[in-house]
Design a protein around this ligand. Structure first.
Ligand code: FEO
Length: 396
């Protein structure tokens, strides 16, 4: 077995097949993830066959077939449950169906069409209804729709008997963790895990935060019934950790933190000087400030900035005027922050040489429905005069 595959027994009937992916540098071709990511598939043994719960990312299908073959499961596979058709979980389907053409794929009614449209294959497909209990291979699963967590066809399932809740993207995390359970991490690693889960939430699920809030009470109800909460990314959670994660989901979905998120570019150091002084003044007044820079010598990861966005209630943007438009990376980041974490009180400080068009950033925010936007502009040498007004706007 390759060293990037971990296999362990979670319960008498459930085996975890985890693929550690350190090759993906940009998740969804967008998010920098130096920490890597895992894909969890679960093999569930019933009295009359085996069910596979989710698969691995496209490109790893042959590996998954190999593992199932080596462990004597491939020919016993009667069903594959697809909670979500994004190819990081369904990408191995074409290889699996080719290796075992008798297998039935189960999922949301939209699933059959998505499999055909993504992979150009027709499979034996059994749609499941919201709240439906189904017996397969001697196993009892109940299915629940959780639309937009993270696609419209996303479902989760509860395995009766083993009391396992399979949640796919929900409660997942980045990171190449090799442990079996979140509960077995040291407190330091645990803190890191929750930070990575926050980043994952903001990057991947954040845009659908209203749907998270709609599904939350049902999720909590199901967690209360479960012993294991088994996502498709990250580690398996026990009940108490899953309840903590559900609380955090509520906080993140509401962007209910109190952080001041400072983001700026600085081409020649003028804005940086101002933003660093502002950061230090805010910190000395007790604000929880997180500062991210885009300069000639440093550049924050977009994924990290957006990750912190779900805990911020105030956004402070320092932006240069660049060829008569807002500095491109800052404009891009501001748009992403609003898309993924919603509108917040925003203070824009623009430095210009011979024009003031960074006010465009204010119009962009307002066109997204953000109402509380304070805009200040000055020449590089005039920035210092703004500091009191900016501090006042932050404390309003
Ligand atoms: Fe991990 Fe939305 O797929």
């Amino acid at each position: 077995m390759s060293e990037n595959i971990i296999r362990y027994k979670l319960t008498e009937n459930i085996e975890v097949l985890r693929l550690l992916d350190s090759d993906t540098k940009y998740f969804e071709a967008l998010w920098e993830i130096p920490e890597g990511i895992v894909y969890n598939a679960y093999v569930v043994k019933g009295s009359s066959g085996v069910v596979l719960v989710d698969t691995w990312k496209a490109g790893y299908g042959d590996k998954l077939v190999e593992v199932l073959e080596e462990t004597g499961v491939l020919n016993k596979l009667t069903h594959i449950i697809t909670h979500h058709l994004e190819p990081d979980h369904s990408g191995a389907l074409p290889d699996l169906v080719k290796a075992n053409p008798d297998v039935t794929v189960m999922g949301h009614p939209m699933g059959e069409r998505l499999i055909k449209s993504q992979y150009g294959i027709s499979v034996k497909f059994k749609p499941v209804k919201d709240g439906e209990e189904v017996e397969v291979s001697g196993l009892h699963f109940s299915f629940y729709y959780t639309p937009w967590l993270h696609w419209p066809e996303t479902i989760i399932s509860y395995l009766h008997g083993d009391k396992a809740l399979f949640t796919c993207d929900v409660f997942g995390s980045y990171g190449l963790f090799r442990e079996k359970l979140l509960g077995s991490l040291s407190s330091e690693e645990r803190d890191r895990y929750f930070k990575l889960a926050r980043k994952y939430f903001a990057n991947v699920v954040g845009h659908y935060r209203a749907f998270v809030l709609k599904s939350l009470s049902r999720l909590v109800e199901l967690i209360e019934r479960s012993e294991y909460i088994a996502p498709a990314h990250g580690l398996v959670l026990g009940k108490s950790d899953a309840l903590i994660m559900a609380k955090l989901y509520e906080k993140w979905a509401k962007s209910a933190g109190s952080k001041v998120l400072v983001v700026y570019d600085s081409m020649y150091g003028f804005i940086e000087r101002f933003m660093l002084e502002l950061t230090s003044r805010l910190k000395s007044r007790g604000y929880d400030v997180s500062t991210h820079a885009f300069t000639w010598s440093k550049r924050s990861l977009i994924s990290e900035v957006v990750g912190e966005g779900v805990e911020a209630d105030t956004l402070v943007i320092g932006v240069s005027l660049y060829e008569n438009m807002p500095f491109p990376m800052v404009e891009y980041l501001v748009k992403l922050l609003v898309h993924k974490t919603g509108c917040k009180k925003t203070i824009v400080i623009s430095a210009y040489g011979w024009g003031g068009r960074s006010a465009e950033l204010k119009s962009i925010l307002e066109s997204y429905g953000c109402r509380e936007v304070h805009y200040y502009e000055a020449t590089p040498s005039g920035l210092q005069d703004l500091i009191k007004n900016v501090e006042e706007a932050i404390s309003l």
